[in-house]
Ligand binder design. Structure first.
Ligand SMILES: [Zn+2]
Length: 206
């Protein structure tokens, strides 16, 4: 596979276009992009079509759950509509992948709220850019007993948790955060299941 030309060196336009598209993806350098494009080129027609259709389907069929704001193809999402989940506990996470990481632990029986980011003055991300308004609406229903602030243990995540704590405290709802033991500065998404399980079990009241 060595010595593969990169996108700009292709003469066949459809192939160089595919290389360029792969190159735009996170973590894909020019060599890997070329390798993937060649791979697609060699795929049987049906497999290549299936790949293309999967890409289109995520754009056409995935929406935000009107309750928890997680990505879903059914509304409400599978977690919000599950009668066995405790609607009285909401775990607030930054991203859908954080929710998946917590779900993988199999420990948590409450529901979630996905903020879709964290407060970051440096990047110009303010409260109105996150799904905070939607969270407060849910809390006003009076059914929620506990909010677990499970933002990432980094500067933005901590700032977001503090901001939310200030907003939620007056509502008289118990606020907890994940136990320490999560690596500082890390992403929840990458934490292993044991660490995350312990973090949920050992959550403390704020
Ligand atoms: Zn939902």
């Amino acid at each position: 596979m060595k010595g593969l030309p990169t996108g700009s060196e292709f003469t066949a336009e459809p192939l160089s276009r595919l290389v360029d598209e792969f190159h735009k993806l996170p973590g894909i350098g020019p060599k890997m992009a070329a390798r993937l494009a060649y791979h697609v080129l060699r795929l049987p027609e049906a497999e290549a079509r299936s790949l293309a259709e999967a890409i289109i389907a995520v754009k056409e069929k995935i929406v935000l759950c009107p309750i928890c704001q997680n990505l879903t193809d059914v509304t409400p999402c599978a977690i919000c509509r599950n009668p066995e989940r405790d609607q009285g506990i909401i775990c607030v996470v930054e991203e859908p992948l954080d929710l998946l990481a917590l779900e993988r632990t199999g420990q948590y029986r409450g529901v979630y709220h996905v903020l879709h980011g964290a407060l970051s003055p440096m990047e110009g991300i303010g409260p109105e850019d996150l799904k905070i308004k939607e969270l407060l609406e849910r809390l006003k229903s009076g059914q929620v007993r506990e909010v677990i602030l499970a933002t990432n243990p980094n500067l933005e995540g901590e700032a977001t948790a503090m901001y939310l704590q200030r907003l939620i405290s007056p509502l008289g709802i118990k606020i907890t955060s994940l136990a320490r033991g999560l690596p500082v500065g890390a992403d929840l998404e990458y934490a292993d299941e044991v660490t995350l399980s312990r973090a949920i079990e050992g959550r403390r009241e704020l």
